[in-house]
Design a protein around this ligand. Structure first.
Ligand SMILES: C[S@@+](CC[C@H](N)C(=O)[O-])C[C@H]1O[C@@H](n2cnc3c(N)ncnc32)[C@H](O)[C@@H]1O
Length: 283
């Protein structure tokens, strides 16, 4: 399968590599994914899938999960908490009449997926997934191959206009109508100015669209380097931001709350997860 990578050529910034393979335009996705799916090396998205109890992961990923959980006993609850937040955003968007969903940094959409909840609410809803990791794209394409209304694009959320012009977005969603855009669990892997990235996406969305974002904040900075090493093999590493920095970056969306407390306190369980979320309406 010949795929285009959006944007092409890759943007400046830290080299985006997966298992040592440089991203490039028009590479054979199957070849990259097969090579990157080295069974000796954990993959970040498959590790998250294992944390969620999905089946798109291998023994090496589950071993990494065990190490992560030793450092961060709430890791599984956090992974579920972020997807729970995303699913509540989808429900809220549906209640507002939105029937198109754009999930940036989607990870492997196996369990608690955006398309799962969207299609339960509206079988005709359209869902566009975007991720930087070709392993994710390969898994996602296989998972949704038979599902009408779902596209998967290999792209970099830091390049809004370029990604929005990709066939999996421009040919799949109608951006002149409201969309629910989700960026959940991905922004702590983006070193750039995330407020500017969000502003770039906001400019592309029709009035009435929802833009939802999350960002983890560490309450135990001493464990961050080890967690970073465990989570980030083959990906750009974690960027630690404080509660204040995330609040500033998400200011254009509205106030931040722990994802467990959106839209109301305790909606996602009584435990605060140390992951901030915000949801804004585009005017
Ligand atoms: C923690 S996972 C989150 C997956 C899913 N959204 C969730 O809530 O469970 C973060 C995902 O963001 C992706 N990602 C990181 N940087 C990205 C970028 N610049 N553009 C697109 N995807 C990116 C990673 O490949 C990974 O699949």
């Amino acid at each position: 399968m010949q795929v285009e990578y959006y944007p092409a050529p890759p943007p400046p910034g830290p080299p985006a590599t997966v298992a040592g393979l440089p991203h490039d335009a028009g590479l054979e996705l199957d070849t990259i994914a097969a090579t990157a799916a080295d069974l000796e090396l954990p993959n970040f998205a498959r590790t998250v899938d294992a944390l969620l109890g999905g089946s798109a992961n291998f023994a090496v990923d589950r071993e990494t999960v065990a190490a992560i959980v030793r450092l961060d006993p709430l890791a599984e609850t956090k992974a579920r908490g972020v997807r729970g937040f995303a699913r509540r955003v989808v429900r809220t968007a549906h209640a507002r009449g939105i029937d198109q969903f754009l999930d940036l940094g989607c990870g492997i959409p196996s369990v608690h997926s955006v398309h799962g909840v969207a299609h339960t609410l509206d079988p005709d809803a359209r869902v566009a997934y975007v991720d930087l990791d070709p392993v994710v794209v390969a898994h996602a394409r296989e998972l949704v191959a038979d599902l009408p209304g779902v596209s998967v694009t290999w792209g970099d959320l830091r390049a809004p206009a370029c990604v929005a012009a990709a066939p999996g977005i421009a040919g799949h969603l109608d951006l002149s109508r409201p969309v629910a855009l989700l960026v959940c669990g991905a922004l702590q892997f983006v070193h750039d100015d995330i407020a500017a990235v969000l502003a770039g996406w906001q400019e592309l969305l029709a009035p009435g669209s929802l833009l939802a974002a999350t960002h983890g904040v560490s309450t135990h900075p001493d464990t961050v380097p080890t967690l970073d090493a465990l989570y980030s093999r083959g990906l750009a590493g974690l960027t630690l931001r404080t509660t204040e920095q995330v609040g500033e970056a998400f200011a254009s969306l509205g106030p931040t709350a722990d994802v467990a407390d959106w839209p109301v306190r305790g909606a996602g369980g009584r435990l605060p997860l140390g992951i901030l979320g915000a949801v804004g309406v585009v005017e």
